[in-house]
Ligand binder design. Sequence first.
Ligand code: PLP
Length: 371
Amino acid sequence: MANTRIYLSSPTMHGEEQVYVKEAFDTNWVAPLGKNVDEFEKSVAKYVGVKEAAALNSGTAALHMAVKLAGVKRGDIVLCSDLTFAATVNPVTYEEGIQVFIDSEPETWNMDPEALEIGLRKYNAKAVIAANLYGTPAKLDEIQALCQKYNVTLIEDAAESLGATLNGVQTGAFGKYNALSFNGNKIITTSGGGMFLSNDEEAVKKVRFWSTQARENCPWYEHKEIGYNYRMSNIVAGIGRGQMLHLDEHIAQKKAIYMRYKEGLKDLPVKMNPYLQNSKPNFWLSCLTINKGEKVTPEDIRLALEKENIESRPIWKPMHMQPVYRNNDFITAGTKPLSEDIFARGICLPSDNKMTAKQQDMIVGIIKGLF
Ligand SMILES: *Cc1c(COP(=O)(O)O)cnc(C)c1O
């Protein structure tokens, strides 16, 4: 284990981040909100093509705000992606709503519109939360049309997919309310943070209000509603401003990594994570599934890589398989849950943009050695 650790996806800094952070120090605008927050919000909103954005301290907070704006209250049903990170769906519980999990489709691994329509017929749902896994856009146009047809609020969890597009439209612009994450391992990072995006300016105003403790416009502390401490600091936003200058570069690097895996692994009985021809993923994580009937398991790959000090990770364990959600309904359009199958046969490969071609070739070699 001589080599230095290769990560799944670690922060990549460039220098401008520190310039903006220094500016905040130099002007003593360390706190509260300030120029970095304003400029970071503007740059992301412009990039994604939405009217307004509110920088928050996590993507989970942005999703929570979205669920609140959708009016989810005790007992309300929210139809959610099944194959995702728990943070996509947990905010429903914060508002005492009930998640119903929707299976994946095979073309993007994301929410299956067919299963979604079954769910929309079965339940009088308050909202839909659709995630774009690993930077691959879901069938967002179909999901959006279904939400319109059934008059349900669409919340897009674009935490993993900043910069990805479907039909030329950025992810994070399809939902009525949209969430991004700048957690440490995402395509760009602020060390930790998130953003709420919407074309509804009143909604973004409300998020700014709720996320700063719901203080009424009074000299004293007057509260008519319950608030939260969810805002992003001006220091953290400085990192984000610097990172935005390199988002396209990160995406190009991630794409090159995906293509190199695809080429290197093409003779093995495996498939890379799929995407639609009319989409451009941001290729945040390269993943593969091992074909059915093979003896090699994802865990074999993970352990073989770990032995060489290389990080990889199982696919998200589906929400309907999580002990905490054992009583929630799950809807599939097929006979067997596809999300379970992807989880059983899939793995996220090291996708760090600082990984060299040589290191990647070594990873491909280790995987090939198992078959
Ligand atoms: C990272 C992530 C989140 C949560 O973002 P945080 O900033 O870590 O709170 C939500 N959903 C998905 C799909 C994610 O990958």
